[in-house]
Design a protein around this ligand. Structure first.
Ligand code: FCB
Length: 426
């Protein structure tokens, strides 16, 4: 049977994020947000997967599968539950966990911020607080110094574009619940400043580390009528962050779907004008985006498109489009697929998603793109933010009542590909 070979040293792994798996993240802004009446949060995170206690078992499972990398995040709200106060027990926890990851033969791939903030910073407006980038960099210094030579891979901030769009324009029901273009723009700028400050902090504390950020990127398709809107949204949610990665050691690519936008042709000149004129933009964009987001991924399946549990188009190959676009914007920059996955109740969908996604990644490698790894989202079924626990993304199933882990066939398949460095194709 023919096989697609991947480079030696390729990072093969799975990803999680602290708030989504650890449980009882009580000092975080998300924990508080989950309790605010009227937010669109489906259910609170609660005990999550108890990964804070059960990580030894989870790490062992990932290693037994044959993976060589584990991407996980460190929770700022645990490390610094009150401003300026470092919780040494939390630091020790992540040191022990990282040791366990390494002893299991996995490369630790550490995200320093994955959506959540300490509640004290959330109360001050989150990323809009003028001191937020500085505070973040200070926390990064503490963590990176403590982890020392245990970690070579750091992601500063996960999906800054989603954080800004979701929490400050009010598009995704994220904290702190901002709702204006002005807040969105300021949060985006703050997230870029925070990434750059954190990158410097990591490099100072550990010059050998490879540091980057992980970006949510979508394959977009717009007809002529929707093109001005597409260009504006893509610039604001993706391109500004790709450009901010120009001097990073690598860029993380996280792609779940293709988004098609269709609008009557006659709207294009009107949209162009609205977007160009700041006063109009500020009034119309929030309304249009929030309306549009209600349909994002939730278009009815009677349109004949195969969809995932989140309503996204089932489109594993979208990752190739975003890899190629990033490579065109930052030629030669090393790329890592830091998330790619599917919410489904049928693991056969996941098997297909991984196989088709990896085939598309392999095409990009064949064309010379410097892709260093593939980290699947997610290791475990977990807390999918405002959607709660229903959308299951795990290679490993987690029983919500008993917390029992069950390895799915897709996990075994990815482990086999990781072990052999090859994907067999029919
Ligand atoms: C990404 C997030 C991750 C998870 C997946 C499904 O946007 O980084 O935490 O929610 O989507």
């Amino acid at each position: 049977m023919p096989e697609l070979r991947f480079p030696d040293g390729f990072l093969w792994g799975a990803a999680t994020a602290a708030h989504q798996v650890e449980g009882n993240n009580v000092h975080s802004d998300w924990w508080a947000w989950e309790r605010v009446p009227g937010t669109p949060v489906h259910e609170p995170s609660g005990r999550a997967c108890e990964h804070y206690q059960r990580y030894p078992e989870d790490v062992a499972l990932l290693a037994e599968l044959g993976l060589n990398t584990y991407r996980y995040s460190i929770e700022w709200a645990r490390i610094e539950p009150e401003e300026g106060v470092i919780d040494q027990e939390a630091v020790d926890h992540y040191l022990a966990m990282t040791d366990r990851v390494r002893e299991a033969g996995l490369t630790p791939f550490v995200t320093l911020n994955h959506f959540t903030l300490p509640a004290w910073l959330g109360r001050r407006g989150g990323w809009l607080d003028a001191a937020a980038p500085r505070s973040f960099a200070r926390y990064c210094t503490r963590v990176v110094e403590a982890l020392g030579d245990r970690v070579d891979w750091y992601a500063t901030i996960n999906e800054p574009g989603v954080v800004a769009f979701g929490g400050y324009l009010g598009a995704l029901g994220f904290p702190p619940g901002g709702r204006t273009v002005g807040e969105w723009e300021r949060a985006s700028q703050a997230l870029i400043a925070a990434h750059l400050a954190a990158r410097d902090a990591v490099r100072t504390a550990r010059p050998e580390a490879r540091v980057g950020q992980t970006l949510s990127l979508t394959e977009w398709e717009a007809d002529a009528g929707a093109t001005p809107l597409l260009e504006y949204l893509r610039r604001m949610t993706e391109d500004v962050f790709i450009e901010a990665s120009a001097d990073d050691d690598w860029v993380g690519i996280q792609t779940y779907t293709r988004q098609r936008v269709a609008l009557p042709d006659a709207l294009a000149p009107v949209l162009r004008r609205v977007i160009a004129v700041s006063a109009l933009r500020r009034v119309i964009v929030p309304v249009a985006v929030r309306r549009g987001m209600r349909h994002f991924g939730h278009a009815p399946s009677r349109d004949g498109v195969r969809r995932t549990l989140l309503g996204y188009e089932f489109r594993p190959e979208a990752v190739a489009a975003t890899l190629r676009r990033t490579a065109a914007l930052l030629p030669g920059k090393p790329l890592v697929v830091t998330e790619h996955g599917v919410a489904t109740t049928d693991d056969r969908d996941r098997v297909e998603f991984v196989r088709r996604g990896l085939t598309a990644v392999h095409d990009c490698l064949t064309d010379g793109l410097p892709i260093l790894g593939y980290l699947h989202w997610s290791a475990l079924d977990n807390y999918e933010w405002a959607h709660g626990y229903a959308p299951t993304f795990g290679l490993i199933e987690v029983d919500r009542k008993t917390q029992q882990r069950t390895v799915r066939p897709s996990a075994r398949m990815l482990g086999e590909i990781a072990r052999t460095g090859a994907l067999t194709v029919e």
